[in-house]
Ligand binder design. Structure first.
Ligand SMILES: [Zn+2]
Length: 58
């Protein structure tokens, strides 16, 4: 089982995509990326919930 998220799915104009073997690790990667690349999203309380809806399990 893998978990993946494509940054562009959040509506960002960004080539980032992330794949990990567990969801918690994916969230860590995505949040670190968001802090660096999308600081405007980090203040959004909905970000975590939005990201979770966009995670694809493979
Ligand atoms: Zn991004």
């Amino acid at each position: 089982m893998t978990y993946s998220l494509t940054c562009a799915d959040t509506g960002a104009n960004c080539p980032g995509s992330f794949t990990t073997e567990n969801q918690d690790e994916l969230m860590e990667h995505v949040m670190l990326h968001a802090q660096r690349a999308h600081p405007e999203l980090v203040g959004n309380e909905q970000l975590g919930a939005m990201v979770k809806t966009l995670i694809k399990q493979g």
